[in-house]
Design a protein around this ligand. Structure first.
Ligand code: NZQ
Ligand code: ZN
Length: 381
C-alpha cells in the first residue's frame, strides 16, 4: 500500500428531493449571483431545473443561464460561459446535469482567472484561483460531483485533456437518484461502465492493498447488480441509489486509497472520443478495457484471476473478460471498435492523437505508441 492522503471536503447531499437543497449550500456561503450551466435540456423535461430555480428564487439568489454543454464538452462553450460570468459578476458556478456539465463548470470556475483558460489543460499554466463550484448531478458516471477533475476538449485540434486541482473540487453536490429514471437506457449503461472502469484503473495496480481491493470488488459487483435491476425496471429507486453511490465512490478517492492507479485505458479512450466526439466516454471504455485487460494480464496473473473470480465468478482472466463483454453486450454496450463504427484505418490517427499528449501511459505495464496500437487492434472486432 502506498503512502496516501485522503482529504475530500465536498459536502454530498443525497436522496429524494436533494436537487433543490443545493441552494441551502449556496446561500450558506453568501453567494448572491450564480452562473447556472446546463446541457441540452433534459433538466427541463425531468423537473430538476424547475425545482432548483424555484429554490434560488425563494432564497433571493440571482442567476445567469448558459445552456448547450454537449457530451464530451468543448472549450468554446466554456469560453462563452466565462464571458457570461464576467459580464454579470457571478460569484459561483452551479452545474446542473452530468459529468460534461460538471467538468465545464470547473473549467469556467478556474478559467475566469486565466489569460488562457485552456492553458492548465495543456499543463502550461497553474491554477491559482477558482470560483466555488456547486453541482446538481443527474447522471451517475464520472464521479465529477466529488472529485477535483475536469476533462475538456479543445475541438479545433481535437485535444481531450484534463486538470486535477483542489480549487475546482465542488464545495457541495446534490444527487437525487430518482431524477435519473428519465435517462435513456444506454446512458445508464455508459455510466455503469465508466464507474466500473474507474475502479479497475486502480484495482489492477494493487499490490497487497487488501482493503482497497475488497472495497473495489464489492463496488464492481454492486454496480453490475444494480445495473441489471435497472435494465428490468428503470425507475427502481433502490437500484438507482446504489448505482449512484457506487459511482461516486468509484472516483472520489475511497476505493483507490493507497493504490498507484494505471489510467492507460482512460488515456486511450480520451484519444478515441477526442477524434470521434459522437462516441460516449462509457462506450469507448466498454471497447478499450477488455482489450487492455487481455494485453496486460501477464503483469500480475494472480490479481487478474482474482478479479475474474471475485467480480465475474469465473476461473481465469480470459473467461472473466468474456463474462464482462457478455454483460456489456446484454446491456446494449458496444464491445469492439467496429461496433463503434470505426475500422482499422481509424487506429493510427487515434494513436497519434494520444501520443501527442502522452508518450507513455499506465503503470501496470508502461505503454507507448506501438502498445496503444496493439490494444486498439485487439479491440477491433
Ligand atoms: O445534455 P442533456 O440534455 O442534459 O442530456 C444528457 C446528455 O445527453 C443526458 N442526461 C443527463 N442526465 C439525464 C440525461 N437525460 C435524461 N435524464 C437525465 N436525468 O445524458 C447525456 C450524457 O451526459 P454527460 O454529462 O455527457 O455524461 P457523463 O456524466 O457520462 O459525462 C461524460 C464526460 O465526463 C468525462 C468524460 O470524458 C466525458 O467528457 N469524464 C469526467 C471525469 C471526471 N470529471 O472525473 C472522469 C471520467 O473518466 C470522464 O473522463
Ligand atoms: Zn471515466
Amino acid at each position: 500500500m502506498l503512502d496516501a492522503v485522503y482529504n475530500n471536503p465536498t459536502k454530498l447531499i443525497f436522496g429524494r428531493g436533494a436537487s433543490a437543497k443545493i441552494v441551502d449550500e449556496i446561500t450558506a456561503k453568501g453567494h448572491k449571483k450564480v452562473l447556472l450551466l446546463a446541457g441540452g435540456g433534459s433538466i427541463k423535461s425531468n423537473g430538476v431545473y424547475s425545482d432548483v430555480t424555484k429554490a434560488l428564487t425563494k432564497a433571493g439568489v440571482q442567476w445567469v443561464e448558459v445552456w448547450g454543454v454537449k457530451p464530451n464538452p468543448v472549450l468554446s462553450k466554456v469560453l462563452e460561459a466565462i464571458e457570461a460570468v464576467k459580464q454579470s459578476n457571478c460569484d459561483a458556478v452551479l452545474a446542473i446535469g452530468g459529468g460534461s456539465t460538471a467538468d465545464s463548470a470547473k473549467a469556467v470556475a478556474q478559467g475566469v482567472f486565466q489569460e488562457d483558460p485552456w492553458a492548465p489543460y495543456e499543463g502550461t499554466a497553474e491554477i491559482t484561483n477558482a470560483l466555488p463550484v456547486y453541482i446538481v448531478l443527474t447522471i451517475s458516471a464520472t464521479g465529477s460531483e466529488m472529485n477535483a477533475n475536469s476533462v475538456l476538449t479543445e475541438e479545433v485540434e481535437q485535444k481531450k485533456y484534463h486538470i486535477i486541482n483542489d480549487l475546482v473540487r465542488p464545495v457541495a453536490s446534490a444527487i437525487d437518484p430518482a431524477v435519473q429514471a428519465t435517462l435513456p437506457w444506454r446512458q445508464t449503461g455508459y455510466g455503469a461502465v465508466d464507474a466500473i472502469s474507474h475502479i479497475m484503473e486502480g484495482y489492477f495496480s494493487g499490490k497487497g492493498d487488501e482493503v482497497s481491493l475488497a472495497v473495489s470488488e464489492a463496488l464492481m459487483r454492486e454496480i453490475i447488480k444494480s445495473t441489471d435491476k435497472l435494465q428490468l425496471a428503470e425507475s427502481n429507486y433502490e437500484a438507482r441509489a446504489n448505482l449512484a453511490w457506487a459511482a461516486t465512490l468509484a472516483l472520489n478517492g475511497i476505493s483507490s486509497f493507497g493504490l498507484e492507479g494505471d489510467w492507460a485505458t482512460h488515456g486511450i479512450e480520451h484519444g478515441i472520443s477526442a477524434m470521434h466526439p459522437q462516441i460516449s466516454h462509457g462506450a469507448g471504455l466498454a471497447v478499450a478495457f477488455p482489450a487492455w485487460i487481455s494485453y496486460t494480464a501477464d503483469a500480475n496473473p494472480a490479481l487478474y484471476d482474482r478479479w475474474a473470480r471475485e467480480v465475474w465468478g469465473q476461473n481465469g482472466v480470459e473467461t472473466g473478460v468474456k463474462a464482462m463483454k457478455n454483460k456489456y453486450q446484454l446491456w446494449g454496450m458496444p464491445v469492439s471498435l467496429s461496433q463503434l463504427g470505426l475500422c482499422v484505418a481509424d487506429i493510427k490517427p487515434i494513436v497519434e492523437n494520444i501520443s501527442r499528449h502522452d508518450a507513455t501511459l499506465g503503470t501496470v505495464k508502461v505503454l507507448r505508441a506501438p502498445e496503444y496500437e496493439a490494444i486498439l487492434k485487439l479491440a477491433l472486432e
